[in-house]
Design a protein around this ligand. Structure first.
Ligand code: PMP
Length: 358
């Protein structure tokens, strides 16, 4: 039986990458040492991290005045690091309240004495829509925080809000490399690797170089300027995770890059949304224009039935469909490495379930 993993993260990785990791694990490039055993100061690792950065730059067309940093600490650490590094003038940021992860970002920013102004909120629609700006942004804000894809609520920005000269800081954790954006529209982008890029333990930060180096006395491990100066090797970086991410970036290039992968993602998502929209049992509540191509939450409206859907799916090898505990129901995450055959198998299963229960 083939299995398909719909987990929101850590999430499915390309099968060919897993196979390559398996083949290379005992001896990296004939060195007699595993990737997990080599020094981060070795020529071998130097090549791995440099290639990973270059491939990321190529795929996202990252301009030269942006630095690429390899962090640990997940997306969550960046909720702290971003205000500490970038909110240095006014200690005041704006935020678009698009759901759980945006709220978490606000909470962490406030913990480091940053004032957070909620510029717009989607709370009134229970986050089934995206918040949109209706008035011009106060130009004295240090930046505006935006979650490009809301992993739990299943909403995604395809058009960005206009913030004038105030930089946009994007938490791109759950649609990084799955949706194309123009990097120059952002002051900073960050993303945990464990959804579209590779194993957990690595977080990518892409930041415009004029925005960093203005903070005084930061803890070293939170200092973007220090990480930029030390090429992300101030201390031991997550060697294995960077290696695995590097393989995924090569795989993405083989798929034809981000435009091609985005087209595939749109096709996969449409397959599932089209089914849900005609279903008399299942519904996705999100306003169509605001729907995510990456995370698709849906419900029957009956928690007992939802549990049956999930249990039956698991028996068929359709794994990790349980919705986030905050919203319940089901959630299918359709990241880059989810093949369309997996989405088709899910739709077929849901259609069969619907016939048996209506
Ligand atoms: N932001 C978003 C949009 C997320 O989906 C997540 C994790 N699901 C996080 C931040 C937190 O990431 P981490 O667990 O890597 O700290």
């Amino acid at each position: 039986m083939s299995t398909y993993n719909f987990s929101a993260g850590p999430a499915v990785m390309p099968a060919s990458v897993i196979a390559q990791i398996q083949a290379e694990l005992p001896s990296m490039q004939g060195s007699g040492m595993s990737i997990m055993e080599i020094s981060h100061r070795s020529a071998l690792f130097d090549q791995i991290i440099n290639n990973a950065e270059q491939d990321l730059r190529d795929l996202m067309a990252i301009p030269d005045n942006y630095r690429v940093l390899f962090f640990q600490g997940g997306g969550t650490l960046q909720f702290t690091a971003a205000p500490l590094n970038l909110a240095t003038k006014h200690h005041n940021i704006g935020l678009l309240d698009s759901g759980h992860w945006a709220s978490r970002a606000a909470e962490e920013a406030r913990r480091v004495d940053t004032q957070v102004d909620i510029l717009a909120s989607a709370a009134a629609t229970h986050f089934t829509t995206l918040p949109t700006l209706t008035t011009p942004v106060d130009q004295t804000l240090d930046y505006v925080h935006l979650t490009t894809n809301n992993t739990i609520e299943g909403t995604m920005y395809t058009k960005l809000p206009q913030t004038g000269t105030v930089p946009l800081v994007a938490d791109m954790s759950s649609n990084f490399l799955g949706q194309t954006y123009d990097v120059s529209d952002f002051g900073m982008i960050f993303a945990g690797a464990q959804k579209n890029l590779g194993p957990a333990g690595l977080t990518i930060v892409i930041v415009r170089d004029d925005l960093i180096g203005h903070a005084q006395q930061l803890p070293s491990m939170l200092d973007y300027q220090l990480f930029a100066d030390k090429r992300s090797m101030f201390n031991t970086p997550p060697v294995f995770a960077i290696y695995a991410a590097g393989l995924v970036l090569k795989w993405l290039k083989q798929q034809g890059g981000l435009t091609a992968i985005q087209a595939q993602n749109e096709q996969k998502a449409a397959l599932l949304y089209d089914f849900l929209d005609q279903s008399t049992l299942f519904t996705n509540q999100v306003k169509p224009a605001d729907r995510s191509t990456m995370n698709v939450p849906f419900v029957t409206g009956n928690p007992t039935l939802d549990a049956q859907v999930i249990a039956g799916a698991t028996e068929q090898g359709l794994l990790n469909l349980k919705g986030h505990r905050l919203v319940g129901g089901m959630r299918a995450s359709l990241y880059n490495a989810m093949p369309i055959a997996g989405v088709q198998a899910l739709v077929d299963y849901l259609a069969t379930f619907e016939k048996a229960h209506t």
